[in-house]
Design a protein around this ligand. Structure first.
Ligand code: APR
Length: 308
């Protein structure tokens, strides 16, 4: 089988950790690229040197030149500035818009057939930027948010019930912001909806903690999270490279699904070798649907500001 190639733009906390996990799992060769000279080269070399001990046989290299990313199967965009205490993801809008736009132009030139996974925040507006600038089909531009948000929700449910995280599935829909929509009815422990296991007040508290999950980390670290974001990226990379047809919550371009048109919002999708192979429409209560639309409206406000 031909070697697969994943390029990661932004060799900072999230990008480098995602690169580490990809080679650890021997999913693909990895190219780290950044505007800062030395950082991608140094981190990649350090990771390459741990290969003989860890036993992975993937190549990992660092560069400042997009030519080295040529013909990537997947390009992950983490370039941008992260949050500092007191900042919302939306505060990053204008700076990261400029960065994601210029990065996408390079990606299109060098990997015209690749799939783009956007991670930079504010996520939904940034993935919409990459979609518009790249002019790629919607299947090949997807945003990482729901996998992370639902992993946080799953972790909190597992802690609350003192059960294995492996028993827990959860869905969080909507934009990757304060208005994201955890769906308790579709969140289960060994197949049992949490609505049958936990009182409403507890579920509301855990859902709110998932919503604030990013900010909780920022309050400790004074910058945003990277271990769980990197894990979420790698689950999506694996689903695509191995054509797993996995159902995962991701930011996808909607054209009428859920009554939303012309906007990236977090919904369940089927991820496989073609990228977003299907948007899955699940039944929502009136209340859930209203929350999803409210979240979409918050995304639309941002995309209107930057005109994408
Ligand atoms: N091209 C390439 N790399 C860039 C560019 C650019 N135009 N602009 C910035 N970068 C790089 C920075 O040099 C830095 O190394 O992006 C990297 C970002 O890394 P960190 O500052 O460590 O940020 P990180 O925590 O990884 O978060 C990156 O992901 O989760 C989101 O909100 C987060 O938007 C942020 C992004």
């Amino acid at each position: 089988m031909a070697r697969r190639k994943v390029s990661i733009v932004g060799a900072g906390n999230v990008g480098a950790t995602a690169g580490q996990r990809i080679v650890d799992q021997e999913l693909a060769d990895v190219v780290l690229i950044d505007i800062i000279e030395g950082v991608p080269q140094g981190k990649a070399l350090d990771l390459a040197e741990s290969g003989p001990i860890e036993g992975y046989d993937c190549r990992i290299s660092g560069t400042n030149n997009y030519r080295d990313t040529a013909n990537s199967d997947i390009v992950v965009i983490t370039a941008g500035i992260p949050r500092k205490p007191g900042m919302s993801r939306d505060d990053l809008l204008k700076t990261n818009y400029g960065i994601v736009k210029s990065v996408t132009e390079e990606v299109v030139k060098n990997s015209p057939n690749g799939i783009i996974i956007v991670v930079s925040n504010p996520l939904d507006a940034m993935v919409q930027t990459a979609f518009r600038v790249s002019r790629f089909p919607k299947q090949r531009v997807v945003g990482m948010a729901g996998v992370l948000d639902s992993a946080r929700f799953r972790a909190f449910i597992a802690m609350e019930l003192n059960v294995s995280v492996e028993n827990i599935h959860a869905f969080v829909l909507g934009g990757h912001g304060d208005s994201m929509v955890p769906l308790p009815r579709y969140s289960t422990v060994a197949g049992i909806p949490i609505t049958e296991l936990l009182p409403k007040e507890t579920i509301d508290r855990l859902a709110q903690r998932a919503r604030d999950g990013g900010a909780e980390i920022v309050s400790y670290l004074k910058t945003s999270a990277w271990y769980a974001p990197a894990s979420a990226i790698v689950e999506m990379v694996d689903a695509i490279l191995n054509d797993r047809k996995k159902i995962l919550p991701c930011a996808a371009y909607l054209e009428g699904e859920y009554g939303i048109n012309g906007l990236y919002v977090g919904v369940p999708v089927k991820l496989g070798e073609k990228g977003v192979e299907q948007v899955i429409e699940i039944n929502l209560t009136l209340e859930e649907r209203a929350a999803l639309h409210k979240s979409a409206a918050a995304v639309k406000e941002l995309t209107d500001i930057i005109g994408v």
